[in-house]
Design a binder for this molecule. Structure first.
Ligand code: PLP
Length: 421
């Protein structure tokens, strides 16, 4: 067997040379893929990736020369991705607990640090228990199918994140989609869903394309009226929204009314990777038994657990970092508005600069980079037609000077391209 494999390797041109699929099927596949890729390019929706040659942070070096680039497009809301204590905790966990578990949790993949982190997450969110996943995408993929049956119903905001949409697709519950943050429509759908055994309203706490915050008070009131449960995805809220950074439910005073919280460790909480569900203990117990992305995927690596654990410690000690981010957000939003731009959302570090025209958003983002400011333009189909924008994300580690430089560059570029008079 080995001799055959070595022979094939040699015939293929030696180790490291790429293998093309051979035969008619291989050629057909290649033609089909190339034509699909061409369609993506033709539609103008090709996503290219810039290569960063430094740590994640407010100041970046890009491969190919760009140094001293000001970064305004990471979800590094609190600047913890490169925080010295977070990095140290990660290195310590790596040395003490090894590179990885080579196992899923229930076989031999649970270490004391995984249990400690789950306990810490539950305490942070003031919930009974928590369960870790490799990502929040997995947490969202795993919860609906495990929890809901064909007897139940799920009511989902139409602009929910792709991972919630995919998670809901995987479950067999009856599906209702209500108009974005439209409480009249949610109420009508809840009335319709009374015939089902259990109703779960699912919403992003904060929506990442618009920086707008779900009306959780109203959602919880409706949930109470129609005997429903509330699920929130807090990826763009955990660590910094609310007086103590607990999230949208804390900000809106409904921590005791939201039953299930899913969130990520890959944004404000150190930015490495990982996700979780936190909520009632029997739900978490059930997820450990039934949730497929949890059962059939490797445990989080110790270094990643170490990062998130330290990030939570820092946030539980003080809310100073979150407050500093809020002040920077306020500075950016008010200066941009004074300059004549329309910024969507309110008080959130996601600050979409609304431009309308897709081409304008693309050329302005490119011109911003020419001035050393890294921001990204979004257009259809990522956002609705005619609502193209440049999304700016503020971090606690931006200085006031960084923010002012960004506003000045926007003003210059906006005038040049006719977005400002
Ligand atoms: N939910 C929301 C609202 C997100 O923005 C994201 C990431 O972009 C996810 C879930 C997925 O999180 P993760 O990166 O941990 O898979």
């Amino acid at each position: 067997m080995w001799r055959g494999a070595v022979g094939r390797l040699l015939r293929g041109g030696g180790a490291g040379s790429p293998r093309a699929a051979s035969g008619l099927a291989g050629a057909q596949l290649r033609r089909r893929l190339e034509s699909e890729l061409e369609d993506i390019r033709g539609a103008g929706t090709w996503k290219s990736e810039r290569i960063i040659a430094s740590r994640q942070g407010p100041h970046l070096r890009l491969e190919g020369g760009g140094a001293g680039i000001l970064n305004f497009c990471a979800n590094n809301y609190l600047g913890l991705s490169s925080h010295p204590e977070v990095i140290r905790a990660s290195v310590e966990a790596l040395e003490k607990f090894g590179a990885g578990l080579s196992s899923v949790r229930f076989i031999c993949g649970t270490q004391s640090i995984h249990k400690d982190l789950e306990e810490k997450i539950a305490r942070f969110h003031q919930r009974e228990d928590a369960i870790l996943y490799a990502s929040c995408f997995d947490a969202n993929a795993g919860i609906f199918e495990a929890l809901l049956t064909p007897e139940d119903a799920v009511l989902s905001d139409e602009l929910n994140h792709a991972s919630i949409i995919d998670g809901i697709r995987l479950c067999k519950a009856n599906k209702y989609r209500y108009k974005h943050m439209d409480m009249q429509d949610l109420e009508a759908k809840l009335q319709d869903a009374q015939k089902h055994r259990l109703r779960l309203v699912a919403t992003d706490g904060a929506f990442s394309m618009d920086g707008d915050i779900a009306p959780l008070r109203e959602i919880c009131q409706l949930a109470q009226k129609y005997d429903a449960l509330v699920f929130i995805d807090e990826c763009h809220a955990t660590g910094f929204l609310g007086p103590n950074g607990r999230g949208t439910d804390e900000l809106l005073g409904v921590m005791d009314k939201v039953t299930i919280v899913n969130s990520t460790l890959g944004k404000a909480l150190g930015g490495a990777a990982g996700g979780y569900t936190t909520g009632p203990k029997p739900l978490i117990d059930l997820l450990r038994q039934r949730s497929r992305p949890y059962l059939f995927s490797n445990s989080l690596p110790p270094a990643v657990v170490g990062c998130a654990s330290k990030a939570l410690d820092l946030l539980m000690e003080s809310n100073a970092i979150a407050q500093s981010m809020a002040a920077k957000t306020q500075r950016f939003r008010s200066k941009m508005t004074a300059a004549g731009f329309t910024i969507s959302g309110k008080d959130h570090p996601i600050c979409p600069v609304m431009l309308g025209d897709a081409r304008l958003a693309a050329v302005m983002a490119e011109d911003m980079l020419n001035r050393g400011i890294y921001v990204i333009g979004f257009s259809y189909p990522v956002v609705p037609k005619g609502k193209a924008r440049i999304r700016v994300q503020i971090s606690a580690v931006h200085s006031d000077e960084d923010i002012d430089r960004c506003v000045d560059a926007f003003t210059e570029v906006g005038r040049k391209h006719g977005a400002l008079p």
